[in-house]
Every structure is written in C-alpha cells, then in structure tokens.
Design a protein around this ligand. Structure first.
Ligand code: GDP
Ligand code: IMO
Ligand code: MG
Length: 440
C-alpha cells in the first residue's frame, strides 16, 4: 500500500477518475500551506469549484489557489490558454474584489487556444453519437495538435511580440478558413469576423494589453522559488482516466493528467514532487461519452446525480453516475503516482441502504482485473460488483473519522484495501470545514 508522505515539501493534486472529482476543493484547502500553486495541463476544459461560505467560484484556467491571497498562481508551459477566457476569468474575480496583480504568472511558453481551434473542436466532434467524444468544445484537442505541428502554433511569447508574427498569422488564418470549410463549417461560422485575420489580430491585440504584464519565464521563476525554499503545489486538470496515453482512449482529453504531466507541463525536475494526493469521489462520474462499466442507469444513478448536484461546472451537462470502480482507481494510483487519497462526497451516499464497489470485469468467459485497450471491449464488459452496507445518517457535519457511521468507516477501509493507497482525507460537503483529516 502506498503510504502518505505528507511531510514532503512539494505536492501535487490529481484527479483519479474522469474529472470533476473535487480537485478544486482540495487544492484550495492545501493552498493555505503553500507558497505557489501551479496548473500544468489542460485549459478551459477544466472547471474547478471552490466554495467559501455562500460564495462559489468556478475556476477554469486560473489555479484554485487564487483564493488564498498568500499564494502566487502560475499557469505553466503545458497549459493551453484561451486568452479571451483567461481575461474573462481575471475580470470576473476582480469584479468580486479579488485582485491578481503581482500574484499571477503565465508561462511565455504556454500555447494559445485560438478561435479557429474552438470551431474545429466542434466540427470534429459533431459525428454520430457513437463516435463523438463529447468534448467540452474549448478547443483543447486542436490546440495541442497544433502544438505538435509547431510551425502554425502560437504561444504566449508570440502574443507579447505580436508584431513579429503578422505574416505568419495571416497565412495560418487563411489556411484555417480553407480547412474549416472543407470540414463542413457553415457560411455563418466561416464569415464570423472573429475568425478571419483582422478579427483574430484585433482580438489578440486587445488581450495582449491585458495579459502581457503577467507573461514571464515561469520555469526560471520556479527554479528561483525552489532555491529560496518556497513550497510548490501542482494542480492537475481533468482526471487520470482522461489521460491521453493512459485513459480510455479515444474518449480522453489531450494532455497528461497525473504526476506524469508535472515535470514537462510545469517545467520542474521529475524528482521534485514526492507527495501526490489523488482525488476521487466516493462513487464515480463521467461527463461526455466513453466506457463506464459501473454506471448506474437506474434510479440509484439519478439519486446520486440529484443529491450530489452532478452537473458540469464548465458545460452544465448532467454527469453520468455510478459505483466507485476500484480497478480504475488502482490503476490511477500506480500511473498517477498517487501517495494518498482524498475521498469526496461521502455525504452524497448517505441514505443508500447498500453501496456497490466494482472489483473487476467480465468479458465473455474471461474475468478481467485490468482495463482493455479497446474502448468497445471496455464498453462491453460486465462489472463485478461487491455490495456493502450503506448508512442512513447525514454525515455532512461530522468532523472526526471515528464519528462516521460504522458502515461508512468500513466502506473507506474496504476501498483502501482494494485500491492500494490510504485515504488521508474524507470530504463530507463542499465547504472548507466539511473535511475530515485522518490522523493515524
Ligand atoms: P474538480 O473539477 O475536480 O475541481 O471538481 P468540480 O468542481 O467540477 O466538481 C466537484 C463538485 O462537488 C463541486 O460542485 C464541489 O463544490 C462539490 N464538492 C466537492 N466536495 C464535495 C463533498 O464532499 N460533498 C459535496 N456534496 N459536494 C462536494
Ligand atoms: P476538470 O478539471 C470532466 C472530458 C470531456 C470529454 C473529454 C474530452 O473539471 O475535472 P476535451 O474538451 O478535454 O477535449 O474533452 O474529456 N473532460 C472533462 N470531464 N472534468 C474535466 O475537467 C474535463 N476535461 C475534459 O467531457 O469527455
Ligand atoms: Mg470540474
């Protein structure tokens, strides 16, 4: 069993499932003890909620540490930044009295999500239902693909020196219009001013004025911060089951979502982070398409969705709900580098007389303890479900592990056994103070 390494100086928070595990709450909680919080992957596809009293903040590109005034927020080189969305987010926080001046840094190497990436995302994902990934339509896949193509990509440093890129921008915008037309974009989208060269350039010009002051070489800045003894918290977007290499391909996002993403995406040594908090709900959810063997298509799934308010932070889509899957979680422990687990939404399961845990899969005559590579095979497996006792009491004000109902404690211990890592934190509601820290 992986052991908690809570004394390690630097830490990382990763999602162990298909996203929306509650990373925002955990990052916000931990950020009180860290000097710097760094996003290293994904973009505005993320929606991380932090609840402070009656205020709810939905963060998409800004790290969830922004609500802790003592912490500096960094958007690393591995993040794909929609500059319009970022400006909106910064202005949204400012209008609520939260200023980022002097405590936000954006990597000069981070790539820009352009307006044509968002249209391309929608067009690519508009196929028949079985083939649709169900992306967030935030341009994430096309932007990462452009990064790999290199010559047509734009980064933050190019925004700062926009005049140096006029000819290239013109050429790329013209080429994109032809590609989008060939992909079936309708006339209205193609003639949208926001998509042609003049429109894209004037948009970039306006966000340049707003963002340039935050853009810097964050890699050198972090090196300096480490040498001064600052402690760093890395915040993943999305979840391990959406990882481009290790997730349920092709129903995944386009980046590395675990500790594997930190060195490249944040620009730090691979040896830096020893502590990795994996976040999971006490059940499983998924937005978008793709296999989900333990999904509940009956009233129990509906109940979890209603009680847990399982509707997307970024797109508002209803989330698919099911039993916790110990097989996928175990894989996330190994591949995500998880050293301890935060288990969220224990309050949402209250009232269920019995709770299921998926411990394996059946495919034809075979019993599987691992995940098939083929999404059709994974979609066809029958989950092997172990039913355990549930609890009826409301746990949302419980403060100590010992005060949880017997069945809730047994459930947690059983999940630890199956998954192979200890559950150090149990969350019983969205608020900061609805959190049980287990001491051993
Ligand atoms: P993230 O993307 O991983 O940061 O998660 P989201 O913010 O998209 O979704 C998690 C949702 O669950 C948010 O609305 C949180 O406020 C809420 N939440 C987090 N922890 C708990 C919990 O223990 N109980 C309940 N009821 N809600 C929680
Ligand atoms: P947070 O950080 C939940 C899902 C999408 C889709 C697939 C690909 O809030 O946990 P993309 O737009 O990335 O190309 O979509 O991945 N997805 C998420 N689901 N939470 C997220 O982020 C997600 N980010 C991407 O629904 O199935
Ligand atoms: Mg989310």
């Amino acid at each position: 069993m992986s052991s908690a390494n809570s004394h390690s100086k630097h830490a990382c928070v990763v999602g162990m499932g298909w996203g929306d595990e509650g990373k925002g709450k955990i990052v916000d909680l931990l950020a009180g003890d860290f000097d710097v919080v760094i996003r290293f992957n994904g973009g505005a596809n993320a929606g991380h909620t932090v609840r402070i009293g009656d205020d709810a903040f939905a963060l998409h590109l800004l790290p969830s540490g922004v609500l802790r005034e003592s912490a500096v927020s960094v958007i690393g080189p591995g993040v794909v930044v929609d500059p319009l969305a970022l400006v909106d987010e910064i202005e949204g926080l400012e209008s609520r009295g939260i200023s980022l001046s002097g405590r936000l840094l954006i990597s000069d190497r981070a790539h820009l999500v352009m307006p044509y990436h968002k249209l391309e995302d929608r067009l690519r994902d508009s196929g028949s239902q079985g083939k649709k990934i169900g992306t967030t339509a935030k341009g994430i896949g096309p932007c990462y693909a452009e990064k790999m193509l290199r010559s047509s990509a734009f980064r933050m440093v190019d925004l700062v020196h926009l005049d140096r890129h006029t000819d290239r921008l013109k050429m790329v915008c013209q080429r994109k219009q032809a590609i989008l037309a060939a992909m079936g974009a309708d006339d209205e989208s193609l003639h949208d001013d926001a998509l042609d060269f003049d429109g894209v350039r004037s948009m970039l010009q306006s966000v340049k004025n707003m963002l340039s002051g935050y853009v810097t070489d964050t890699t050198s800045w972090l090196e300096d911060a480490i040498s001064k003894g600052r402690n760093l918290l890395f915040e993943s977007a999305n979840g391990m089951l959406l990882d481009i290499d290790h997730g349920t391909f092709p129903f995944v996002t386009a980046s590395h979502t675990g500790l594997n993403g930190v060195p490249a995406g944040a620009g730090v040594s691979p040896h830096l982070v020893q502590r990795c908090v994996g976040v999971t709900k006490a059940y499983a959810t998924r937005v978008g398409n793709g296999p989900f063997p333990s999904e509940l298509l009956d009233e129990r799934g509906d109940r979890i969705r209603e009680v847990g308010r399982e509707f997307g932070t970024t797109t508002g889509r209803p989330r698919r709900c099911g039993w916790l899957d110990a097989v996928t979680l175990r894989r996330s422990v190994v591949l995500g580098g998880v050293t301890e687990i935060a288990m969220m939404h224990m309050d949402t399961l209250s009232g269920l007389p019995e709770i299921g845990i998926c411990t394996g899969y059946r495919l034809g005559d075979e019993t599987l303890r691992s995940i098939p590579a083929d999404a059709d095979d994974f979609g066809a497996v029958e989950p092997i479900i172990e039913m355990v006792a549930g609890w009826l009491d409301d746990v949302s004000s419980v403060k100590r592990f010992e005060d949880l109902p017997d069945a809730a404690r047994k459930y947690i211990v059983r999940v630890e056994e199956l998954v192979g890592a200890s559950i150090s934190t149990v969350s019983v509601g969205p608020e900061r103070n609805q959190t049980i820290h287990r001491t051993r």
